[in-house]
Design a protein around this ligand. Structure first.
Ligand code: SF4
Length: 62
């Protein structure tokens, strides 16, 4: 359970540091829409890849 909390905090930190004011996402959203921007986050950004990796760990720990 402690590890789960640690993972969630790590995800929060990454989102706060890199994603909250991300200009790439804002620009993609504006030009191509929300779905395209989300898809870039998951498959085209190393930060997104790291978040996905942590998210997968949360699912495994359920
Ligand atoms: S995952 Fe990458 S592109 Fe998406 S919001 Fe975060 S830093 Fe920006």
């Amino acid at each position: 359970m402690i590890n789960r909390k640690k993972i969630l905090m790590e995800v929060g930190d990454i989102l706060d540091t890199y994603c909250t004011d991300c200009l790439v996402k804002q620009s993609l959203r504006k030009d191509y829409g929300k779905t395209h921007a989300q898809s870039f986050c998951i498959s085209g950004c190393t930060v997104g890849a790291e978040i996905k990796k942590l998210g997968d760990q949360l699912v495994e720990r359920k």
